[in-house]
Write a protein that binds this ligand. Structure first.
Ligand SMILES: Nc1nc2c(ncn2[C@@H]2O[C@H](COP(=O)(O)OP(=O)(O)O)[C@@H](O)[C@H]2O)c(=O)[nH]1
Ligand SMILES: [Mg+2]
Length: 405
């Protein structure tokens, strides 16, 4: 392709192919149209429309997937012209999310996004049904079937939103409990290796698959593998270009974990030829979420697969990145050291002496501070540790002299 716009469109189409594959479809072929020739009625110009019809006839295709969002009218006209089902990128992504949603929270989030997507498109669905007539007594005076159905969908949306508000409240209670904790969120393009890294860092099992959007649920755990007490880490849903905005709104509570984080690990698939563009997309999404100014560690993942030349170029773009392979567990120590550094920046090194009889206080300190040195004297312990301001305050209030350093 000569121009960068063409390359971008091709990349986007290739990604759409992966999305279709993840949604369970098989890609039979593709077609690219120059932007200048977009027709408001059918999106495709006359020539392209005929070309597509040829493809459909030749390969007995069931669905035409468009990379751009189509208006309800365009879908209607295209379906009439082509005689097959027409869907756009948003619908494919929504479908994948629906397949992948495991927790009841994620299910509600997806259902809400689907309904909000469908609401303006109801006309198409119900036009012929309304002619069949609705049940007796369901229609208000002067209400058409379409209006009844719109009202029902709006009511359903309202009740789902209420449910989600409940979930959001519960999440914020959970967050409050972790208020003293240092919060790390893993972000990145879909399939970059976030869940794999999460698994390595927390030493737990989470769902990993070489598919787009294997994870749509946010999971938060304690950071297990490193000596960073009171540090929790969240695995998040992947970002992608042109993520339907209904989804972003519905997953607000989940994404809130990102907004609230003290540190972001931005995982980049260094083996992807689109690594730089994907990282840029993620950065854009972070900015729109107002999480653009957070401390970030760029994690160049999958170095076991990456070409040296590509890695060099990524190093140039992200000079302070940590290079790892989450799958092969390469260089994980360097990453955990970087996380620890960030945790320490929020803490101070203190030395304090605690009587051995203060068992509860001692065990609390063990849980919440990073111990550097611990010496048992006759009736007390001398501890040097990295402590957060809450712990320092608590120790001072209890009358234990705290020495800095
Ligand atoms: N070769 C290689 N594959 C990896 C690495 N990290 C993750 N993967 C694979 O990449 C795919 C997507 O991983 P996943 O953690 O689900 O990505 P997520 O969508 O960002 O959560 C899976 O097939 C992983 O096994 C790595 O360091 N090297
Ligand atoms: Mg995942």
């Amino acid at each position: 392709m000569r121009d960068s716009r063409g390359r971008e469109a091709n990349d986007s189409l290739e990604e759409l192919g992966l999305l279709v594959d993840t949604a369970g479809g098989v890609v039979a072929g593709h077609l690219l149209q120059k932007r200048e020739s977009i027709s408001p009625r059918t999106f495709l110009g006359r020539g392209k429309l005929e070309e597509l019809k040829g493809l459909i006839g030749r390969d007995s295709i069931d669905v035409a997937v468009f990379d751009e969002d189509l208006s309800p009218g365009q879908v209607r006209n295209l379906e009439k012209e082509l005689g097959i089902k027409v869907v756009d990128r948003s619908e494919v992504i929504l479908h994948i999310f629906a397949l992948r949603a495991k927790s009841s929270e994620a299910r509600v989030q997806v259902e809400l996004a689907q309904l909000e997507y469908q609401l303006p498109r109801l006309t198409r669905l119900w036009k012929h049904l309304s002619r069949l007539g609705g049940g007796i007594g369901t229609r208000g005076p002067g209400e058409t079937q379409l209006e009844v159905d719109r009202r029902r969908v709006r009511e359903k949306i309202g009740s789902l939103k209420k449910q989600l508000a409940g979930v959001e409240k519960e999440r914020s209670v959970q967050r409050k409990k972790r208020e003293n904790a240092f919060r790390v969120a893993i972000v990145g393009y879909t399939n970059a290796g976030k869940s794999t890294l999460f698994r390595v860092l927390t030493e737990t099992e989470v769902f990993v698959e070489d598919r787009l959007f294997a994870t749509v649920d946010a999971t938060t755990r304690r950071l297990g593998s490193i000596r960073a007490p009171s540090t929790v880490i969240t695995d998040t849903v992947g970002f992608i270009k042109k993520l339907p905005h209904h989804l972003v709104t519905s997953f607000h509570a989940t994404l809130e974990e990102v907004v609230q984080a003290d540190l972001l690990l931005h995982v980049v698939d260094s083996s992807s030829s689109r690594a730089a563009q994907q990282a840029a997309t993620v950065e854009d999404v972070l900015v729109t979420m107002q999480a653009g100014g957070k401390p970030v560690i760029i994690v160049l993942n999958k170095i076991d697969l990456a070409e040296e030349e590509a890695l060099q170029s990524l190093r140039y773009q992200f000079p302070s990145a940590v290079e790892i392979s989450a799958l092969k567990r390469v260089n994980i120590d360097a990453l955990t050291e970087r996380i620890l550094e960030a945790v320490r920046q929020r803490r101070v090194l203190v030395t304090v002496e605690i009587p051995l009889s203060e068992k509860r206080l001692l065990s609390h300190l063990r849980e919440s501070c990073e111990f550097v040195e611990e010496r048992t004297l006759t009736d007390r312990v001398s501890i040097q540790c990295w402590a957060g301001s809450d712990e320092v305050g608590r120790l001072s209030r209890r009358g234990f002299p705290v020495r800095f350093g």
